[in-house]
Design a protein around this ligand. Structure first.
Ligand code: 13P
Length: 253
């Protein structure tokens, strides 16, 4: 059985001080023991959050990194730096990075390989925009993203990857994919992994849903067979709402 994985993507919110406060509140109020919990603050907030979470099993991730280890890449951070700062996870290719920073499938694939090489757990994101869903192309679009994402990634490595399906039309809009829509796409993603790696390996990969997941809808989404957790935006910015989602996963564990 796959361990539920609940990650908070804080996006560009919470300074080092505010982030430390939220991390401390999450650590103190958390009662779950079966869920893998991760918070992903902005890069500058990593150090204070790592310090606040010391001694707890809650992991820390960043929201992006570059493909190279060091060098003349102004404004970027490397996987090695992320790791030394105490973070073990990295969100890659979030739709906001695809949209505002021009990230491509090939670039996200390269970053995923770099994260794996350094020992970070990559959380690459895929998802269709509203027009693609309306045109009935959502399965094709996401399938192509997943195939590009896993290109050249070995059977041993893929089980360490946590894939997030985030339909772009559900992010920050209050509109959630129905549990059936989420399950349908998660099954498609697992099918691609099965074709590429065999079912034993595909069954080990966690596939998260992201897009307006909140305490009110987490249970029914997480109850679906191929929904192994959530990548939470807005609802991860308050300890109570984030932990209510963690608790929904704990109950299903
Ligand atoms: P919301 O939960 O705010 O819709 O954001 C989802 C998301 O983009 C997580 O990465």
């Amino acid at each position: 059985m796959r361990t539920y994985f609940i990650a908070g993507n804080w996006k560009m919110n919470l300074s080092p001080k505010a982030g430390a406060e939220l991390a401390t509140a999450i650590k103190e109020k958390n009662t779950s023991s079966k869920v893998e919990i991760v918070v992903c603050p902005p890069a500058l907030t990593i150090a204070s959050v790592v310090a606040s979470l010391k001694g707890s099993s809650i992991g820390v991730g960043v929201q992006n990194m570059y493909t190279e280890s060091s060098g003349a890449f102004t404004g970027e951070v490397s996987a090695e730096m992320v790791q030394e700062a105490g973070a073990g996870y990295v969100i890659l290719g979030h739709s906001e990075r695809r949209e505002y920073f021009g990230e491509t499938d090939a670039f996200i694939n390269k970053k995923t390989k770099k994260a794996l090489a350094v020992g970070l757990t990559p959380i690459p994101c895929v998802g269709e925009v509203l027009a693609q869903r309306k045109e009935g192309k959502h399965i094709e679009v996401v399938s192509n993203q997943v195939k590009a994402l896993i290109d050249g990634i070995s059977k041993e490595e893929i089980s360490k990857v946590v894939i997030a399906y985030e339909p772009v039309w559900a992010i920050g809009t209050g509109e959630t994919a129905s549990p059936e829509q989420a399950q349908e796409m998660h099954a498609v993603i697992r099918g691609i992994l099965t074709d590429a790696y065999g079912s034993d390996t595909a069954e080990q990969v966690r596939i998260l849903y992201g897009g307006s997941m909140k305490p009110e809808n987490a249970d029914e989404l997480l109850a679906k067979k191929d929904v192994d957790g959530g990548l939470i935006g807005g609802a991860s910015l308050k300890a109570d709402s984030f932990l209510a989602i963690v608790n929904a996963a704990e109950k299903l564990s």
